[in-house]
Design a protein around this ligand. Sequence first.
Ligand code: ADP
Ligand code: MG
Length: 273
Amino acid sequence: TKRMPKPDKTRIITISNQKGGVGKTTTTVNLATAMARAGMNVLVVDMDPQGNASTALNIPHPQGTPSIYNVLIEDWDLKDVIYENPETDNLYVAPSTIDLAGAEIELVSLVAREQRLTRALKRYFEHREANAMPRIDYIFIDCPPSLGLLTVNAFVAANEVLIPIQTEYYALEGLSQLVKNIDMIQQHLNPNLHVSTILLTMYDSRTNLAVQVAEEVREFFPEQVLKSIIPRNVRISEAPSYQQSVLTYDPSSTGALSYREAAMEIAERGTKK
Ligand code: ADP
Ligand code: MG
């Protein structure tokens, strides 16, 4: 098997789409696991109050667990809310709890409300450097299905946006709104931000519709769409109930294979705009 190249510097990738159920969390969990298994140091930041990424990565997160909530709202150090995934080495998680549901409102009155995550990451990088800890290669930030302050924090902290697109009817609906918001963040808060990657998910090649939607998305984003496509695969949807990524749950499934391919493609393409 091919070796995965390490990035020159930490790639911070926000997984975003204001629609729910399009595969954001599934993509976060499985790309992160694939990257870690290929030898990368990976951190997942769960910015969704639902905490599905935390659950899928087997990090218990009942209300009150030290979590990204404390970092965003109470200025805790990120290092104090980072947990190791029990199955995969070099895979770390800053979980969310349901406390985060109130954060959207609590953030409004805080100083530098859009930069809370950025500051926390900066401090965390300094901490790692001061303690001679190896660099983090990839940070994946899982976003809630909205464009509120939690998502804004993720956009401001990241350099890249990965948009998962479900190859179904209405797939492109709302996409121009998302892109407009990303442009706005880029102009006012984070000049580095760009949509680096589009991943087609839940693809069913037997339907004409899926094929058409995939073509349409490629026309719209010729540079960003990955060659790898994630098929609709029942093993992918079963894995979270075992608190596992599909790579652990069924490594030889087409779902696992496709996420490994997508991870390799992302690593090989680098950060290109
Ligand atoms: P989001 O985070 O955007 O809300 P999820 O990643 O939670 O979306 O996915 C929504 C649902 O679809 C989940 O039940 C998930 O297990 C399922 N799912 C995601 N990707 C696939 C896939 N490729 N094949 C089958 N089911 C999938
Ligand atoms: Mg989700």
